[in-house]
Design a protein around this ligand. Structure first.
Ligand code: AQP
Length: 341
């Protein structure tokens, strides 16, 4: 059988750490779906090994892994066109991550802002896994020789670190073209969806306040209530994008509207500029409900057949292993490991 030649190999992952938010959807999954429409190979991973860098209840983790897979499918990821699997079923991720633990420099990891944000003031007590998380992410990407990585703005620094690790490995071992330099793909109106309670913080699945985010599982009432209560300022919407300067919450709601409607922020303001939030918020709520409700209904249906979800993950893991195994074997050979069985 001849293998299809793809012009790009896309890899990205999402952690099963709770319900997917509108931020994860607009910043990542919606774009994963669009990428299937090109002549690209698309590989999407539920990164369960990343999830345990902070404590996860085992039963809850298993459930969240299946729910995230259901969310991927409900959003339009198609196992016939994309490889969908969970990270721990392909052990080469952890194996390559160890090699990268020995390539990446301490100083590089010390600069990672996500570690600083997640560790907060309690640095001494967080897991060492959280610290080396970026090395595992580099392994996820480079294990497939991926060329492009669709992510939200918050992950840009990690993809840059992946490039540094690839370059250092290639240079240290004298294999100039072995690992490619993957490109982060950060596009669209909502690469950084912000919390509904604080326009300076990103919307996040693990934010303690459920009112800060829209979950893909929220029903119409919950979505409308969260948008109605979203923090804003007293001024009406400006007619031009420049007028959003210094108005983080207003900008966030306009960007969400733009991303969901497929309009530019300029076009949204051309239509809604001058309106008070009491008029704009119901329009945004209607649009959000119309976009999210079919996804949550489909997710509920898919979660009714867990065996089918597990089958899809297992099949995807087999397909992923076919690409990953030879790349890891070659990496071990380059590094100097004896392989005698
Ligand atoms: N608010 C956001 N706006 C745009 N994109 C976002 N992403 C996350 N939040 C936003 C993108 O979603 C993808 C998957 O993220 P992840 O689950 O692997 O980890 P994360 O970035 O740490 O996301 P969360 O929601 O904040 O999870 P927790 O709370 O568990 O840490 C990534 O491409 C990310 O950029």
């Amino acid at each position: 059988m001849t293998q299809a030649v793809h012009t790009r190999r896309i890899f990205s992952g999402v952690q099963p750490t709770g319900n997917l938010t509108l931020g994860n959807y607009l910043g990542a999954v919606k774009r994963f779906v669009e990428m299937q429409d090109h002549d690209w190979q698309t590989i999407y991973c539920v990164v369960d090994l990343h999830a345990i860098t902070v404590w996860q209840d085992p039963e809850q983790l298993r459930r969240a892994t299946r729910e995230l897979t259901a969310a991927f499918l409900a959003c339009g990821l198609d196992p016939a066109r994309s490889i969908l699997f969970n990270q721990s079923q392909v052990p080469e991720h952890a194996q390559l991550a160890w090699i990268f633990n020995c390539v990446a420099r301490l100083g590089w990891l010390n600069r990672m802002t996500q570690f600083k944000d997640k560790a907060g003031k309690d640095r001494e007590r967080v897991s060492t896994g959280l610290y080396v998380y970026p090395n595992l992410m580099a392994a996820d990407i480079l294990l497939y020789h991926a060329t492009h990585v669709p992510v939200g703005e918050d992950q840009k620094q990690h993809v840059e670190l992946t490039r540094d690790i690839a370059a250092k490995f290639n240079n240290d071992y004298g294999v100039p073209d072995f690992f490619p330099q993957p490109e982060p793909v950060i596009e669209g109106a909502a690469t950084r969806v912000m919390s509904l309670r604080d326009g300076t913080k990103k919307m996040s699945k693990s934010d303690p306040s459920d009112m800060s985010r829209i979950n893909l599982t929220d029903d119409a009432d919950a979505i409308s209530q969260k948008i109605r209560k979203a923090r804003t300022d007293p001024e009406p919407l400006p007619s031009e994008v420049a007028g959003l300067e210094g108005r983080a919450e207003a900008r966030n709601l306009v960007n969400i509207y733009a991303a969901l409607s497929g309009l530019s922020a300029e076009a949204v303001l051309a239509e809604h500029g001058g309106k008070p939030f009491s008029e704009f918020k119901p329009a945004l709520a209607d649009l959000t409900v119309a976009s999210i409700s079919p996804i949550s209904a489909k997710m509920r249906e898919l979660m009714g057949d867990v065996a089918e979800i597990d089958r899809i993950l297992g099949k995807g893991a087999e397909q992923a292993s076919e690409i990953a195994e030879p790349i890891l074997a070659k990496t071990y050979e380059i590094v100097g490991m004896v392989r005698s069985r």
